[in-house]
Design a binder for this molecule. Structure first.
Ligand code: 3PG
Ligand code: MG
Length: 398
C-alpha cells in the first residue's frame, strides 16, 4: 500500500479524502479530533508544494443540496488547525470550477470542496463520474479511515483512476487497531454499549471467541434482559432480536466467555427526567425506562477492568448525553484512566459516542489508542477489511 512515507507527492494536484463528518450541536463543533486527524498529512502535502483539494461528506443529505449540511461552516476550524490563512472553497465537483481554482491557487494552497454527498454520483459509485473527475488531479489520498467502510465514489471510485495513497491517520488507525487485535493478552474484556444490538450482533459473535469477559450495556442490554424474561418496563428494546440475544448467550456459555449484564439500573420516565429511580433489575415498574447502569453493576465492571490485561471499549453503557444518566459511563472511563497505565492494561476505544464520553471527562490518558471511527471501527473489529483500504492496497498506478 502506498503511503506518504513510501510515495513522494510533490508539486501535484491532490484529491484528498478526509472525514470531516464532525459532531455538531446547535451549529457548534463539539469535537475536532477528525480535523486534527488529517493535520499531519495535510501539513506534509503543503510543505511539499502541492495544491490540495479536500473532499468529505457531512451528514446524510442523500444526493441533493441541503443548506444545513453545507461544509462551509468548517472552513474557519480547518484554517485554525492547519495553521493557514486562506482556504479556497468550491461548491461542487464541476470541471471548470476545479480547473479555474487550481489555476488561481499557489503551491501549498488548500481548497475545500462542498459536501460530496450533495452529488448523487457519490453513493451510487458512479465510475464514469469518478474517471472524469480523476483526470483533473494527479493523485488521490485517502486519510478517512472512519469513512472507508463505505463503498462510495470518493472512497473506492477515485482510487481506480489515480495513484491512490494512504494518509498518515489512516495508516495510524489500521496499525493501532491491528496491533491490539494481534496481541491478545488474557484475561481480557470488552465493554460493548450503545442503543442498538442490531448494529453489533456480528461484533458480539466475533468478540465472544476472543474475550474472557464481555460487558453488555446501554439500551442494547435491554434486549438481552427481555430475552431472559426480565420486565424492562418502558425501555427501548429490539424485540425481533431476542433470538439473536439468546444465541449469543448460548455461544458465550459454550466458549467460556462471561457476559456481564445489568443487575441493577438507574431509570427515568424519559431521558429528560431529572428524578432518576434506582432499581434492582427485577424491580422495574412498567412506566420506567432503563437509562443507566446501577452502582452494583458498575462496581462489578470496574473490578473486572482492574483484573484485565487487555480492554476494548465501544459504546456508552447509559444515556450518557443526559445527566444524571452519564454516571456509569463516566465511572468506567475514570477507572480506566486511573488504572490502565499503572496496571499495564492495553486499552483500545472507538466509536463517536465513546470518544465523546472519554473526552468529556478527560480520560484520554487511560487509553493506548482511541480510534475516531465509528462504523468503520466496528467493521474492522468484525474482521472485515474496509473497501477503502482494499482499494488502496489494490491500487497499482505509479
Ligand atoms: C461516521 O461518522 O461514522 C463516518 O463519517 C461515516 O458516516 P456515515 O455513517 O454517514 O456513512
Ligand atoms: Mg456512522
Amino acid at each position: 500500500m502506498k503511503d506518504l512515507d513510501n510515495y513522494k507527492i510533490e508539486n501535484k494536484k491532490v484529491l484528498f479524502r478526509a472525514d470531516l463528518n464532525v459532531p455538531v450541536v446547535e451549529g457548534v463543533i463539539t469535537n475536532i479530533s477528525r480535523i486534527i486527524a488529517v493535520k499531519s498529512s495535510i501539513k506534509k502535502l503543503i510543505s511539499n508544494k502541492n495544491k490540495i483539494f479536500l473532499i468529505s461528506h457531512f451528514g446524510r443529505p442523500k444526493g441533493k443540496f441541503l443548506d444545513k449540511f453545507s461544509l462551509n461552516f468548517i472552513i474557519s476550524s480547518l484554517k485554525e488547525v492547519f495553521e493557514i490563512d486562506k482556504m479556497y472553497f468550491i461548491n461542487n465537483l464541476n470541471k471548470d470550477k476545479i480547473n479555474k481554482t487550481a489555476n488561481e491557487m499557489q503551491s501549498g494552497d488548500v481548497c475545500l470542496i462542498e459536501n460530496i454527498r450533495f452529488q448523487k454520483e457519490e453513493e451510487k459509485i458512479d465510475l464514469n463520474f469518478a474517471k472524469n473527475i480523476s483526470y483533473l488531479f494527479d493523485v488521490y489520498v485517502n486519510d478517512a479511515f472512519s469513512a472507508s467502510h463505505r463503498n462510495h465514489t470518493s472512497i473506492t471510485g477515485f482510487a481506480k483512476f489515480l495513484p491512490a495513497v494512504a494518509g498518515n491517520h489512516l495508516v495510524k488507525e489500521i496499525n493501532n487497531i491491528n496491533s491490539f487485535l494481534q496481541n491478545i493478552k488474557k484475561p481480557n474484556m470488552a465493554i460493548i454499549g450503545g442503543s442498538k444490538i442490531s448494529t453489533k450482533i456480528k461484533l458480539l459473535n466475533n468478540l465472544i471467541e476472543k474475550f474472557n469477559t464481555i460487558v453488555i450495556g446501554g439500551a442494547m442490554a435491554n434486549t438481552f434482559l427481555l430475552a431472559n424474561k426480565i420486565n424492562i418496563g418502558d425501555s427501548l428494546v429490539e424485540e425481533n432480536l431476542i433470538d439473536d440475544a439468546l444465541n449469543i448467550q448460548q455461544k458465550a456459555k459454550k466458549l467460556n466467555c462471561k457476559l456481564i449484564l445489568p443487575i441493577d439500573v438507574v431509570c427515568g420516565k424519559n431521558i429528560e427526567d431529572k428524578n432518576p429511580v434506582y432499581c434492582k433489575i427485577e424491580e422495574i415498574s412498567s412506566d420506567l425506562k432503563i437509562l443507566d447502569l446501577g452502582e452494583i453493576t458498575t462496581k462489578l465492571i470496574n473490578n473486572a477492568i482492574i483484573n484485565s490485561r487487555m480492554l476494548l471499549w465501544n459504546g456508552p453503557v447509559g444515556a450518557f448525553e443526559y445527566k444524571p444518566y452519564d454516571k456509569a459511563t463516566n465511572e468506567i472511563a475514570k477507572t480506566i484512566k486511573a488504572n490502565a497505565k499503572k496496571l499495564n492494561i492495553d486499552t483500545l476505544a472507538g466509536g463517536g459516542d465513546t470518544v465523546s464520553a472519554i473526552n468529556n471527562i478527560k480520560a484520554e490518558e487511560g487509553f493506548t489508542y482511541i480510534s475516531n471511527a465509528g462504523g468503520a471501527f466496528l467493521e474492522w473489529l468484525e474482521g472485515n477489511e474496509s473497501p477503502g483500504v482494499i482499494a488502496l492496497k489494490e491500487n497499482n498506478f505509479t
